[in-house]
Write a protein that binds this ligand. Structure first.
Ligand SMILES: C[S@@+](CC[C@H](N)C(=O)[O-])C[C@H]1O[C@@H](n2cnc3c(N)ncnc32)[C@H](O)[C@@H]1O
Length: 226
């Protein structure tokens, strides 16, 4: 079901940008025409004293990252979302709670190497990524090759991807993709909520919805081969 556009959306997003909570990035037309990932063309948007981050891709309304930031105030978090209509809820909540260790970025995750330094991410969270079940949309899945290249660029040597989903087909696809790329899969759970691996789990908005409906939650970590 499509969500109704929020009242005064662009004005509200502008307030988030001017208060330093949100960065917006979309490439200009020339860049789009000649589009290719420009590795190394770094234009860092982080506060100067931040040397490493935890990064969520597709943060939706931000419940997960806000809880993380509140419980781990010594860390810095970046949360990326392409849809302003949900991201505005996350940014406004962070403003209301005066949270200063999250930067929200409104962009497509494929552009992140233009904004963030190589090797900066200790963890990349993919929480309930859109499964895009149609074959014709496979390249939009957040574990498609285009995105794995982005994570490879952003992850620290000892960094890892943390993935949760309720969709078994997306889970299997992601394991195949990540393994073929050279990641090592560890800490797999086929029912995170019944597993000791999930003892510190923070439940996201989608996770609550699907586990309340009785679906098991699948989990994995994908580490670099060291
Ligand atoms: C199913 S929602 C899950 C939201 C949240 N992580 C949760 O668990 O409640 C997936 C989100 O990923 C975002 N998304 C999908 N592809 C993206 C991309 N390439 N770049 C940034 N965000 C993306 C969508 O807009 C959507 O808000």
């Amino acid at each position: 079901m499509r969500m109704r556009r929020k009242h005064n959306l662009e004005e509200r997003l502008s307030v988030c940008v001017s208060s330093g909570k949100l960065w917006e990035y979309s490439p200009d037309i020339d860049e789009l025409k000649n589009y290719g990932l420009v590795y190394g063309e770094v234009n860092s948007v982080l506060p100067q004293n931040v040397n490493d981050i935890e990064l969520e891709i597709g943060c939706g309304k931000g419940g997960f990252i806000i809880r993380k930031a509140l419980t781990e105030p010594d860390k810095f978090f970046v949360a990326v979302e392409s849809v302003g209509n949900v991201l505005v809820t996350a940014c406004e909540e962070a403003r209301k709670n005066d949270i200063n260790n999250i930067l929200f970025i409104r962009t497509n995750a494929k552009y992140l190497p233009k904004l963030l330094n190589r090797g900066i991410a200790k963890t990349i969270y993919l929480n309930f990524s859109c499964p895009y079940p149609k074959k014709s949309q496979a390249n939009l899945r957040l574990t498609a090759d285009t995105f794995l290249k982005v994570y490879d660029y952003l992850l620290a040597t000892d960094g890892f991807i943390s993935l949760k989903t309720d969709k078994p087909e997306f889970f299997t696809y992601s394991i195949e993709q990540l393994s073929a790329y050279g990641f090592v899969i560890r800490n797999v759970s086929l029912s995170l909520h019944d597993d000791p691996i999930g003892k510190n789990n923070i439940v996201t908005e989608y996770e609550k919805r699907f586990s309340d409906m009785g679906f098991p939650i699948y989990y994995l970590e994908a580490h670099r081969k060291i």
